[in-house]
Write a protein of this length. Sequence first.
Length: 280
Amino acid sequence: MPGILSAIHEQMETMNPKEKEIAAYVLSHPQNIVQMGITELSQQSGGSTATISRFCKLFHFSGYTEFKVKLAAELAQQPSIQTYQDIIAGNPLQSIVAAMEANHVSSITDTTRMLDMKQLQKAIDALQSARQIDLYGVATSGLVAQDFYQKLVRIGKRAFAFSDPHMQITSASNLTNEDVAIGISYSGETEETIAALKCASENGATTISLTKFGTNTLTSLASISLFTSTLEEGMRRGDMASRIAQLHVIDILFVSLISDRFDDLVPRLETSFQMVKKYR
């Protein structure tokens, strides 16, 4: 199931009755939707055109036209493996290798299709001019924050990665409008990360969220929202596909930062590499 449809399916329980009717119709007739105008969808689904517009905005689209275009693009490029493959008892090694490859490739592909270039550019611009960059995340998302921290330090950025909730809040409370805070959480509902990003926002920092696609608390607090695939389902032991998707977005941000200031940042990257190389 493509990312948009997966997000709709996952969030149906939080919708009002009319939104659920629209969601049910979209999930049952995705190929038909891309050929329909909003009036026809209203007639077929039983929802008003105003409700359809609100429904689309729930999933971060400007309106029905953008929703339809993005859904059509996803449906036209569906990968060969459509569902996340969870851990299976006694699975042969060859099957495990193939399943992990499929999960990771699907997660990266799905995430790439969801990227909003305008939001991505805003994030890059904010990071480029930031006096200080705070990175908040716990558990697996904390490892992703640490990865970005190490990358940013290599190009001379003043960055800090915190997984301890008290340190997150402590640092966030000292940020200003010259700073950037990034909250990383697959669900977008991690309490510690929400608290830290809220504190950073209240102190004037530009806030960026990195969550799975859809509506969630962390996204609602951020001035810039970035999304990853929602393919990982089931027991999610190890947060594998979600971690790969988050790292994919982090790598895009990092490479973009260097590309924008190539002559300035590449020498810093090379210097840090040569200095560390001595100790390998």
